[in-house]
Each structure stands twice: as structure tokens, then as C-alpha cells.
Design a protein around this ligand. Structure first.
Ligand SMILES: C[S@@+](CC[C@H](N)C(=O)[O-])C[C@H]1O[C@@H](n2cnc3c(N)ncnc32)[C@H](O)[C@@H]1O
Length: 361
């Protein structure tokens, strides 16, 4: 039986499972789930073996909110011998298929973290052995297939594959970002990751560039503003709380001590709207749609805080609200949502209007 293995934040296996099952069903692909709670692993066992390949070609990973990474299994869980692990893995793979990259992965848990040292060590001889038989080819293009080795322990591994063009470039879907010492809060990593995730590398120079105007709603103490300032933007920071002095000293930030729901820009020259207000997600979703429809900004990145229960349903409901409003005004847009690595009880949404804002004055 072929299984798609999905990685998510530990504790969100139920949401990740519900989502893959639902989105697979839209493609008339069916299966059942095994969730490994608190390990961030979801197994979607497909009724038809060939469906794994079809689904991983048809459904873009970026359309999944809760899955960070995925692969289709080549083997079931293998028990490795204490010695000659490399040989055992090579034998299980055979020589029929080629892969352009090897991903050594573990569950995103404390045990997983201690296993990753072992994985790094094993990766060297394993790569060498796979290259020798040309099972592992040269890395580089976007056309290839990744080989995944998910280690559940030093003795247990699941082997699988994903398509390079439809998988995360990061091992386990986790970008390792460095916390900038000058940033006033750890939240800064969320916006840094969001830019990395939502804006393609080759477009960052035009869509995230120096001189742009940005608005940050719920800005204090300034972790998100820091990311905008760092990219040379001029920022209107809206929050009743205090902003970090270091940011105010840059001369790139104007602080508005007021309610983010009441602020509107004076001129229609804002490119980015970012919003991290701890508020009811439905209220935030409406506000974001309102800004875009009025042409107050061109692109928005915002967080939707998740409730304790019914988290997937809540996100879907809030995204649907935006979709319905945009459909009503017949605007073209793109919208993606992701539970990013640096997010906790929230998901990050990116919306970009692709046609003229209908309510712009
Ligand atoms: C999670 S913190 C933001 C952290 C910030 N993004 C950073 O990186 O430093 C949420 C902020 O939203 C602000 N906030 C909540 N409701 C707001 C509202 N209605 N108007 C303006 N700010 C609001 C709070 O004062 C708080 O500073």
C-alpha cells in the first residue's frame, strides 16, 4: 500500500489529516489516516497505489495549510541492522529509480533533534554509496525527485520520494532562520519566514524592495516592523503599545498610537500591509479584504489566530469570507495560507490583488 507521509507542527496532526483527506477527495482520491500525535506526522494511506503519484502531481503543496512537507512512500517502515545500515538502505531502494537530492529527516520532536546528529553522520556514506550506483544524481534542476529517509529511530526508517517542483526546499519543510540580535521580538522570524515562503526568490527584488511604503497593524514592540525596515521600507507602525527605540531612531518608522481597525492610510501609496494583531480571526480577515478592495495596499500578510477547537474549520471559514468578498467584486487575486514553522497557534496568510481594486477612490 502506498502512503503519503505529511509533516506538520506537533499537535496539529488532526488538522493536517483532515485537510489532506478533504483536498484529496476533491481530486477523487481516497484513503484513510494514521496520525502520530505530538510527533507532527500524518500517514495518508491510499486505497489505490498509483494515487500517491497522481495526488502529489495534482495538488500543490503550497495549497495545503498545515503540511510543511510531504513524500510518498517507497518502502514501509524498515528495521535496519546495527551495522551496514547504508547497505541495507541501498538494497531496499534498488537501482531502478534516480533521485536528485537526499533528505535525511526525523520527527520534529526532542527525540528527533537528538537523532538528527546521527542522520548527519550517516548521510555522508549513504550519499557516497548512492552516487556510486547513480541512484543519486547531480543536484540542481527543478525537475528532479527528492529521496526522503525519515528516521523514526536509529534502527527504523521509511524511504520515500517527492517531486522537487512540488515540495519544500527545506529539510522537513523547516527553514532555519537566525534570530537577528537587533530585532525587538522573536515574532520577527514569523514575517521573515512568511516573506521567504510566499514571495518567490526571483521576485523579491521588485516586491520587497527599498523605498516601498508599508503599514504594520499591531506592530509593538516592532519585530515585524524590523523586517520591513531591514528591507529599506518606510513603515507606519500602528499600536497603542510602545515601539522599540532602536527602530524609531532609524527615521524609517512613524508610530501611530491608535486602534488598528480605525487606521487608514492618507495616500494610496502603500505597497505592503502586515498585521499581527491578536484579534478575532474573522475580524482580521474582513479588515484585510477591506484594505485590498479599497486599494489601500497591494499585498497583505497577516496572521489568523487559531481557536482551541475546530481550528481547520475556523481557518477555512475565514479564508472563505475573503474569497466570497473578492468573488462579489469580481477581482482577480492570489491567496495562500500556511502554518509556518515559526507560527504557533496561528496561520499566516498572504493575499495579492491582481486586478484593479474595485473600491479605490
Ligand atoms: C503579537 S503582538 C505583535 C508583535 C509584533 N508583530 C512584533 O513582531 O513585535 C500583538 C500586538 O497587537 C496589538 N493590538 C491588538 N489589538 C490591536 C488593535 N485593535 N489595534 C492596534 N493594535 C492592536 C497589541 O497591542 C500587541 O502589541
Amino acid at each position: 500500500m502506498t502512503t503519503i507521509v505529511l509533516y506538520c507542527r506537533p499537535g496539529f496532526e488532526k488538522e493536517c489529516g483532515a485537510e489532506i483527506q478533504e483536498k484529496a477527495a476533491w481530486n477523487e482520491i481516497y484513503g484513510y489516516l494514521t496520525l502520530v500525535k505530538k510527533q507532527g506526522l500524518v500517514y495518508f494511506h491510499l486505497h489505490q497505489d498509483e494515487d500517491a503519484d497522481v495526488l502529489m502531481q495534482k495538488l500543490p503543496l503550497k495549497r495545503l495549510i498545515f503540511a510543511r512537507q510531504w513524500f510518498a512512500t517507497i518502502t514501509d517502515k524498515l528495521t535496519l541492522p546495527e551495522y551496514n545500515r547504508v547497505e541495507a538502505i541501498c538494497e531496499a531502494l534498488g537501482e531502478e529509480w534516480q533521485y536528485s537530492d537526499l533528505r535525511m529527516e526525523t520527527p520534529d520532536t526532542n527525540e528527533g533533534k537528538s537523532l538528527s546528529k546521527f542522520c548527519r553522520k550517516l548521510a555522508v556514506p549513504l550519499r557516497q554509496a548512492l552516487r556510486k550506483t547513480k541512484v543519486l544524481t547531480e543536484k540542481g534542476d527543478n525537475e528532479g525527485v527528492n529521496l526522503h529517509a525519515l528516521f523514526l529511530s536509529g534502527q527504523e526508517v521509511i524511504l520515500g520520494y517527492s517531486f522537487t517542483h512540488n515540495s519544500s526546499v527545506h529539510v522537513m519543510g523547516i527553514p532555519r532562520l537566525k534570530f537577528p540580535a537587533q530585532a525587538p521580538s522573536r515574532s520577527t522570524l514569523k514575517l521573515d519566514e512568511a516573506f521567504l515562503h510566499f514571495i518567490p526568490k526571483e521576485q523579491r527584488e521588485t516586491r520587497l524592495t527599498s523605498g516601498m511604503k508599508a503599514v504594520d497593524l499591531g506592530a509593538a514592540p516592532g519585530g515585524w516592523t524590523y523586517q520591513l525596515v531591514r528591507r529599506g521600507m518606510m513603515v507606519s507602525a500602528v499600536d497603542n503599545g510602545p515601539m522599540a527605540e532602536s527602530l524609531m531612531e532609524t527615521g524609517q518608522v512613524k508610530h501611530y498610537m491608535m486602534d488598528g481597525f480605525k487606521f487608514t492610510p492618507m495616500k494610496q501609496n502603500v505597497y505592503w500591509l502586515v498585521c499581527d494583531m491578536i484579534e478575532k480571526p474573522t475580524r482580521v480577515a474582513k479588515l484585510m479584504a477591506d484594505w485590498l478592495l479599497h486599494g489601500y495596499c497591494k499585498e497583505a500578510i497577516f496572521n489568523l489566530k487559531l481557536p482551541m477547537k475546530g481550528r481547520y474549520q475556523q481557518v477555512q471559514q475565514d479564508l472563505q469570507l475573503i474569497k466570497d468578498l473578492f468573488a462579489e467584486y469580481r477581482v482577480k487575486y492570489e491567496m495562500y495560507a500556511k502554518h509556518l514553522y515559526y507560527d504557533r497557534e496561528e496561520v499566516t496568510v498572504h493575499v495579492r490583488l491582481l486586478s484593479t481594486p474595485p473600491l479605490a477612490s
